[in-house]
Design a protein around this ligand. Structure first.
Ligand code: NAD
Length: 256
């Protein structure tokens, strides 16, 4: 049973990370929520989740753009049976105009942070005799789009690293997999809807289906709850032989 185990989720004070935190707390897991900020709301979020589900939820501030901060997040957590590398940022620009500092930040947050947290967490998983590494990649870990060079490079990179972690732990009760979401309805995506409606002079439904979900054949967003459920499945006994692979939650995007 998962009850009593500890999950550390990077970048989890909003969006998909928070959805996974809610699913995990609901399943009886103790959870560590993280972001780079350190506000009252961050800590209140953890306290509310703990109260709602009767589990231990802590907020630990750590900036995933810094390798030693990523490692110290795991040390401060004290236990890490399940590691979800979810922190991620985006910047959109043509490659010859792409700011070098944005490139470095995206590679650090979206990819290298997972190297550091995994390196720190694996010894804990080995000591506990069980572990799960779940990397939140993207359809952009498997496909490309123009103007997203750093994001696509980082997401392909984390898919590659996931396979290496799986091979290095293949004969242990530890698995490593990547979840590849298509478009997920998070506050960030929700914010783009009014602008898109205005820009193309469309109603909400048309803007969502024809512009935002252009590449998602289902014409439906995935939800943060569904991502939480997928992550929870990877923690189950039924998923014990699933390792080194990707699970797409993308409404058919990568079937094309
Ligand atoms: P979001 O902006 O709601 O969440 C990103 C999280 O990362 C936030 O909690 C943010 O605080 C945190 N974060 C950002 N920089 C950080 C840093 N330096 N240190 C620590 N935390 C940091 O966006 P989201 O859509 O929930 O994205 C979560 C993950 O899912 C990302 O890796 C993203 O690439 C991936 N993803 C999202 C979608 C989508 O459609 N929303 C699709 C595919 C993949």
């Amino acid at each position: 049973s998962l009850s009593g185990k500890t999950a550390v989720i990077t970048g989890s004070n909003s969006g998909i990370g928070l959805g996974i935190a809610r699913s995990f707390a609901g399943a009886g897991l103790n959870v560590v929520i993280n972001s780079y900020s350190d506000t009252e709301e961050d800590h209140a979020l953890a306290a509310d989740l703990a109260k709602e589900h009767g589990v231990d939820v802590r907020y630990i501030q750590a900036d995933m753009s810094k390798g030693d901060a990523a490692r110290s997040l795991i040390q401060k957590a004290g236990a890490c049976d399940i590691l979800v590398n979810n922190a991620g940022v985006q910047h959109v620009a043509a490659i010859d105009e792409f700011p070098a500092d944005k490139w470095d930040a995206i590679i650090a947050i979206n990819m290298s942070s997972a190297f550091h947290t995994t390196a720190a967490a694996l010894p804990m998983m080995r000591k506990a005799g069980w572990g799960r590494v779940i990397n939140i990649a993207s359809a952009h870990g498997l496909r490309a789009s123009p103007y997203k060079s750093a994001y696509v490079a980082a997401k392909h990179g984390i898919v590659g690293m996931t396979k290496v972690v799986a091979l290095e732990t293949a004969q242990e009760p530890i698995t490593a997999n990547a979840i590849c979401p298509g478009y997920v309805l998070t506050p960030l995506v929700e914010e783009q809807i009014p602008d898109t409606m205005k820009k193309y002079d469309m109603d909400r439904e048309t803007a969502v289906k024809e512009v935002l979900l252009e590449r998602q054949p289902s014409k439906e967003f995935a939800t943060t709850d569904q991502l939480g459920g997928t992550a929870l499945f990877l923690c189950s006994d039924n998923a014990a032989q699933i390792t080194g692979t990707t699970i797409s939650v993308d409404g058919g995007w990568t079937a094309m």
